[in-house]
Write a protein that binds this ligand. Structure first.
Ligand code: GTP
Ligand code: MG
Length: 332
């Protein structure tokens, strides 16, 4: 039996053949199905359309799943630890090798550029402080993922990685600095005291000169220091031999501008397992808020053991804490 298809159906069928994506093809198929006269003569066509729609639905869902996975990995990295520090640098500089040698993460490391395509977090510990490092795709003049500057802007600090095995390391660094600045992420040695430019984010940055084990690396380091030491503090390391990595852990912690505070409940032993971390200049009250939200109102005073002294001092809520202080919070 002839199908007798209306002209509108034929038009949409042509559009279906032209449609570029699975999603738009599926849309066209749905329209075709609606337009198709439902009678005996179109039975075969109806069932073909249904079959095709079902296949396309699967394709679209698969696509969404993999996009979801990718963007989950690449676009947003939930914060963990005392701070989030991003690794940025030119292609092949050794960013992923650094993440691997400093943290529990196992990123892909390869001798060709543009290996890393997603944001990859890992936890590095300095003494008893966990710090989140986030490895990012390379930044170069002809290659900058649009989401990378966004992620850099939301970080607490930056490790700018320089390649001591590459004669052109300085050009690579300048390109990274320029491209990020154009996208309102300015890497700086010290944060300005008074920053009223809301559109631009300044980020405290440490320049990590890596591959110190490579041939002529020390000569290049001397040049790098000459050119860049006024702009950034510099730490030289080798992910391969481990040289300088302990200094780098400490310097990364310092970059965050936080203090570690240990706590102890009255009459209980000290909790040395995991310190609280607070911004430099934080008070007893700031600590109390972090320990428990109810403490903000109920806190009366604190006893603080500071430095090597074994004698505690009784202090008020606004007392400023120092790194490694031990604090006992009292509510009555
Ligand atoms: N000699 C030496 N080679 C290193 C060191 N760190 C990394 N490499 C090598 O440098 C190459 C690039 O390392 P990756 O860690 O993948 O570099 P990347 O900066 O993450 O590269 P992209 O993700 O492509 O931007 C690899 O061949 C590494 O083995 C190091 O400390 N010493
Ligand atoms: Mg990489």
């Amino acid at each position: 039996m002839p199908a007798n298809l209306p002209p509108q159906y034929l038009k949409i069928e042509a559009e279906f053949r032209q449609a570029a994506t699975a999603g738009s093809r599926l849309e066209k198929l749905r329209e075709l199905y609606r337009l198709l006269p439902k009678h005996k003569g179109t039975e075969k066509l109806q069932s073909d359309l249904k079959q095709k729609m079902s296949e396309l639905r699967d394709e679209v869902e698969e696509g969404q799943k993999s996009i979801g996975k990718k963007s989950g990995l690449s676009r947003r990295v939930p914060r963990e630890g005392a701070g989030q520090v991003v690794l940025v640098g030119p292609p092949n500089a050794g960013k992923s090798a650094l993440l691997a040698s400093l943290s529990n993460a196992r990123p892909e490391i390869a001798s060709y550029p543009f290996t890393t395509r997603n944001a990859q977090p890992g936890i590095m510990t300095w003494e008893d402080v966990p710090i989140q490092l986030v490895d990012l795709p390379a930044i170069a003049t002809d290659f900058l993922e649009s989401w990378v500057p966004t992620l850099v802007r939301s970080a607490d600090a930056v490790l700018l990685v320089a390649d001591l095995a590459d004669d052109d390391f300085a050009d690579g660094l300048e390109a990274v600095l320029t491209l990020l600045a154009e996208r309102h992420a300015v890497l700086v040695k010290e944060l300005p005291y008074d920053d009223d430019d809301e559109s631009t984010r300044q980020l405290k940055t440490l320049l990590v000169a890596t591959k110190l084990d490579a041939e002529q690396a020390r000569d290049r380091l001397a040049i790098l220091e000459e050119w860049f030491q006024a702009r950034f503090p510099i730490v030289a390391v080798s992910a391969q031999t481990g040289e300088g990595l302990e200094t780098l852990r400490r310097a990364t912690y310092d970059l965050l501008g936080v203090i570690r505070i240990y706590t102890k409940a009255p009459g209980k032993p000290i909790d040395r397992t995991r310190p609280f971390t607070l911004p430099v200049g934080a008070s007893v009250l700031d600590l109390a808020r972090q320990v428990h939200k109810d403490l903000e109102h109920s806190l009366k005073f604190a006893r603080v053991w500071s430095g090597p002294s074994s004698e505690p001092r009784t202090v008020k809520r606004d007392h400023e804490l120092l790194d490694a202080d031990l604090v006992e919070l009292h509510t009555s």
